[in-house]
Design a protein around this ligand. Structure first.
Ligand code: PEP
Ligand code: MN
Length: 337
C-alpha cells in the first residue's frame, strides 16, 4: 500500500503517522521528493482498511499495490487447486460439465434429465431445491424434498449432485450433497460464506449480479481463509445497460480469475444470456478462453419448466452441444467424459 502525504503535514504529524504504521505491524518506507512525500507500507496489508488510512488527516491519497485477498491468491499458492467431487476432479486437465434443470420439479423429471445428460457426457447433475426467485409468488422449489430427489437421481446415474443453499440453517440438509452452490444473490452473504468455510465440502461460488471480480475473490476468501480450500468460481453474467440478453457474459473473468487465483473457474452461459439458442455459442467461447467447466441448464420439457425454461436446452440440444465442444476442449488440453 502506498500513501501520499499532504504537503501541509508537519514533521511531528509525519512521525506520528510513521509510528502508527509500525504499530500496525508494518514497516514504513519513506520517500521524500521536492514537493511530494510518499510512504510505502511494507508487509501484510490485507487487514488494513484503505478508507481508514485515507481518513487520517495528513493523508492525501492511498493506493493498494497488492491484492487484498491472500488465501485465494495465486501469488501465495502458485499451483492450480484441483477439487475432487464424487470421483471427478475439477481443474485437472478436464472439462467439468454440470448440467440439469433450473429446479428439481419431480422424481420423473430429475431422473429423466439426469440420465439424458449423463449419456451425453455431463460430469455432474444440477437442480435447484431452494430457489431464489424475484417474485414470492413464483415456484420456490421443492426444498428438502428436492434434495431427496437429487439423491435418487444420483443413485440412478452415479452423477455427483449440485444444488444451491440460501440459508445457514439449511446446512444440515446439504450433508449428502456433493457440491454446494452459492447463488449470485448470496455471493455477499458473509455469514453464510463464513459457515461454509468450516465445511469439508466443495463450494460453487457464483459471481453476484453486480459484483466486481475482486469482490468475487474476496467472497471466496471468506470460505478459503476459513479452512475450506475447495471453492470453484463461477462467472454467470452481470447486469449492464444491455437488454438484448438477460445478463452480459463477462468472459474476461475467466483469464483474469485464473491469473489472479489458483481456484478453478467455470462459466454458466445459461443464466448469462437467458435464451437457449445462444447457450452453445457462449459455452464454446467459454471453453476457448480457458474455463475449467460449464454449468448448463437442461430440461426435458422446457416449455413446461417451473423456472428458467427459456434458457434450458432440450436433452438433444445438449447432446449436440457436447459433441461440438469435444474438439474444442481437446484443443484446450481438457478431457471430456
Ligand atoms: C441457478 O443456478 O439456478 C441460479 C439461480 O443462478 P444465479 O444464482 O446465477 O442466478
Ligand atoms: Mn436457473
Amino acid at each position: 500500500m502506498v500513501v501520499i502525504v499532504k504537503q501541509t503535514a508537519t514533521k511531528a504529524q509525519l512521525d506520528t503517522f510513521l509510528q502508527w504504521v509500525y504499530d500496525m505491524g508494518l514497516k514504513p518506507h519513506l520517500s521524500e521528493g521536492a514537493g511530494t512525500t510518499i510512504v510505502g507500507l511494507v508487509g501484510d496489508t490485507t487487514k488494513l482498511d484503505e478508507n481508514h488510512v485515507r481518513s487520517i488527516s495528513i493523508v492525501e491519497d492511498v493506493k493498494r499495490v497488492s491484492e487484498p485477498y491472500k488465501s485465494t491468491n495465486r501469488k501465495i499458492h502458485p499451483e492450480d487447486t484441483h477439487i475432487s467431487i464424487g470421483g471427478t476432479s475439477v481443474g485437472e486437465g478436464s472439462l467439468a460439465v454440470i448440467a440439469g434443470p433450473c429446479s428439481v420439479e419431480s422424481e420423473e423429471q430429475i431422473i429423466q434429465v439426469a440420465k439424458a445428460v449423463k449419456a451425453s457426457g455431463a460430469t455432474m447433475l444440477r437442480g435447484g431445491a431452494f430457489k431464489p426467485r424475484t417474485s414470492p409468488y413464483a415456484f420456490q422449489g421443492l426444498r428438502a424434498e428436492g434434495i431427496e430427489l437429487l439423491i435418487k437421481a444420483r443413485a440412478a446415474t452415479g452423477l455427483p449432485i449440485v444444488t444451491e443453499i440460501m440459508n445457514i440453517e439449511h446446512i444440515p440438509l446439504f450433508e449428502d450433497v456433493d457440491l454446494i452452490q452459492v447463488g449470485a444473490r448470496n455471493m455477499q452473504n458473509f455469514e453464510l460464506l463464513r459457515e461454509l468455510g468450516h465445511l469439508k465440502k466443495p463450494i460453487l461460488l457464483k459471481r453476484g449480479l453486480a459484483n466486481t471480480l475482486e469482490e468475487l475473490l474476496m467472497s471466496a476468501e471468506y470460505i478459503v481463509a476459513g479452512g475450506n480450500r475447495h471453492v470453484i468460481l463461477c462467472e454467470r453474467g452481470i447486469r449492464t445497460y444491455e437488454t438484448a440478453t438477460r445478463n452480459t457474459l463477462d468472459l474476461s473473468a475467466v483469464p483474469f480469475l485464473k491469473a489472479r487465483s489458483h481456484l478453478p473457474v467455470v462459466v454458466d452461459p445459461s443464466h448469462a444470456c437467458g435464451v437457449a439458442w445462444m447457450v452453445p455459442s457462449l459455452a464454446k467461447a467459454a471453453v476457448a478462453v480457458g474455463a475449467d467447466g460449464l454449468l448448463i441448464e437442461v430440461h426435458n420439457q422446457p416449455e413446461k419448466a417451473l423456472s428458467d425454461g427459456a434458457q434450458s436446452l432440450r436433452p438433444e440440444q445438449f447432446a449436440e452441444m457436447m459433441q461440438q465442444l469435444r474438439p474444442l476442449a481437446e484443443l484446450m488440453g481438457k478431457k471430456m467424459t
